[in-house]
Design a protein. Structure first.
Length: 328
């Protein structure tokens, strides 16, 4: 080896070691600052979507947009049924009933809702990025069609180096954190609430890790929201644009309203008629929440079971492989 080549080899080794050291140091700092975040069971496909920590915060926006979590990208791209919306959507459809129903008939689904009151602009960006081609699209409009972007969504779409670096550190932190807490559980306080998310189907695991199960009845007599005509027209125009971009037959698009507020169900019903889509609306009688805004586990199981059963005729029409009756 010539002196010049030897020098280049030394430089390459030095640069590599410096990079590894920088990554290791950064991951160590990230781990120290977020050590109190709760962890998922060892070997689970859940990832840490959110931790109530200023240094971790939201992860799911970047994780789903950049596909950094194993299987997420392909799961979105190959899903036959995609369910879109916000945190109320996640709470309502993150149930055993939904998994059991679609699993029974071999239908691939992905729950593509987000926290931070995320709307249609970010969801459309993900659908286009991963070239998703669902056979059925379910959208909870409470509202959904809006050009507003949350701060995490804005950061993800901008993709600045600092954001991408933090995203990579969060990815690495989870792996280190999980191993440490599995190996030495006594050192992990797990005091900070978290939202876990399945990389397989997008469901949230949040009752327990983030908030305790509670029974807060839905107040059917509460004062209704007032939706101005211009707000409806704006949602209709954005919805029309959204559905044209997706390119799915309108008979395979299903709009629904939040299970806890009749105003949004009425809004969704009117919007479905304007956009010429299907719609499903269920009774809110007897439903309970954990915080006045999101269904608790028991109600989510009941409501989502009734919803997927009502979805059956649309599945039979829009997914060719689904033939014959799909009994509950």
């Amino acid at each position: 080896m010539t002196e010049k080549r030897r020098w280049r080899a030394y430089v390459a080794i030095f640069v590599a070691m410096a990079f590894v050291s920088a990554v290791a140091t950064s991951v160590a700092i990230m781990t120290f600052e977020n050590f109190a975040c709760r962890t998922q069971p060892h070997g689970s496909d859940d990832f840490l979507a959110y931790c109530r920590s200023s240094r971790y915060g939201d992860y799911e926006h970047g994780a789903l947009y950049y596909g950094v979590e194993p299987a997420v990208r392909d799961r979105i791209r190959n899903a036959q049924v995609l369910i879109l919306g916000d945190s109320q959507t996640q709470a309502s459809f993150s149930s055993k009933a939904v998994r059991a129903y679609f699993g029974k008939f071999g239908i691939r689904f992905f729950l593509l809702g987000f926290g931070y009151a995320e709307r249609s602009t970010f969801s459309l960006a993900i659908l286009k990025r991963w070239k998703a081609s669902p056979k059925v699209l379910v959208i909870m409009v409470d509202p959904f069609f809006s050009d507003n972007l949350s701060e995490p969504a804005q950061e993800a779409l901008e993709g600045r180096p600092a954001f991408l670096w933090r995203l990579a550190l969060k990815f690495l932190f989870q792996r280190v954190h999980r191993v440490l807490c599995f190996s030495a559980p006594l050192v992990c306080s797990e005091s900070e609430p978290v939202i876990l998310r399945s990389a397989r189907d997008g469901q949230w695991n949040w009752i327990g890790p983030y908030i305790a199960e509670r029974v807060v009845p839905v107040d059917e007599k509460a004062q209704k929201w007032t939706i101005k005509p211009e707000e409806f027209e704006r949602a209709r125009d954005l919805g029309e644009m959204f559905l044209r971009e997706v390119g799915l037959n309108r008979r395979c698009v299903v709009l629904t309203g939040t299970p806890i507020e009749s105003t949004w169900s009425e809004f969704a019903q009117k919007l479905a008629a304007a956009l010429q889509t299907n719609s499903i609306f269920l009774s809110i009688e007897g439903l309970s929440t954990v915080d006045g805004g999101h269904l608790n586990l028991q109600s989510a199981e009941r409501w989502s079971r009734e919803f997927v059963e009502a979805l059956t005729p649309i599945l039979q029409t829009c997914i060719p492989a689904v033939s014959g009756p799909l009994p509950p």
